[in-house]
Design a protein around this ligand. Structure first.
Ligand SMILES: [Fe+2]
Length: 231
């Protein structure tokens, strides 16, 4: 994806059928070529009215919605979040995948959540708790610790000073064709196609940034739904 306007929907790094049998080909195709495409089109259309915003990166748009013109603020927040959240979701899928975290992220998960099974149970419960549409996330908080959290609709963790490591899209369009209304089955299947290699890279990048003092993490600006604090 290019860095700023006009945003384009780049092909996935795998075929739409790649997540079979856990996530079906038709769902992946619809999700990427229709749903994500719609967020990209809407974002481009919204930004077309304001040439001064065309050099803003996706992250800058997400982080600075309060300084946007009022008439496009909601549309930019919704659609830039929709683009970021979906790109992050698709980038963290792989099949075949390692069935468990490994490396530095694995150590951090064990330290924070005791073991993988406990993390998995807590993440699943968080994903099930999203009322309506949204996401569950594994993030690094402002103290450099892992947390599980949820966001509604197309909100992202970024303006809260949180760094995403992994997310699951629990909008019904992500699973309805195969799993009908049984979100729990979709979550169980999703665990089989988590790209732990990429998630580990996300975590390593975050911890390296923090160690070098270049972290841009800020204190959370508004309350968010944290799940299962382990202390
Ligand atoms: Fe989605």
């Amino acid at each position: 994806m290019n860095e700023h306007y006009r945003f384009v929907n780049t092909p996935l790094p795998y075929p739409y059928s790649a997540m079979e049998p856990y996530i079906d080909e038709k769902t992946m195709w619809l999700h990427h070529s229709r749903h994500l495409q719609a967020y990209i089109d809407n974002l481009n259309n919204t930004l077309s009215k304001y040439p001064a915003l065309r050099n803003w990166t996706l992250e800058e748009l997400i982080m600075n919605t309060a300084s946007l013109p009022e008439d496009i603020r909601t549309a930019v927040a919704h659609n830039s979040g929709g683009v970021f959240n979906h790109q992050f979701y698709f980038s963290n899928l792989a099949n075949p995948a390692q069935q468990q975290p490994f490396g530095t992220l694995n150590e951090a998960i064990r330290n924070r959540f005791r073991n993988y099974a406990s993390f998995q149970a807590q993440f699943k419960e968080a994903a099930l708790s999203v009322f309506g549409s949204g996401y569950a996330w594994l993030v690094v908080n402002a103290f450099g610790e892992l947390d599980i959290m949820t966001t509604g609709n197309q909100d992202t963790p970024l303006p809260l000073g949180l760094s995403p490591i992994l997310n699951i899209d629990v909008w019904e369009h992500a699973y309805y064709l195969k799993h009908y209304n049984v979100r729990a089955d979709y979550i169980d299947d999703w665990f089989h196609v988590v790209n732990w290699n990429n998630a580990n890279k996300n975590y390593m990048r975050k911890t390296e940034m923090a160690a070098s003092g270049s972290s841009s993490l800020a204190a959370p600006s508004k309350p968010y739904a944290l799940h299962f604090q382990t202390r």
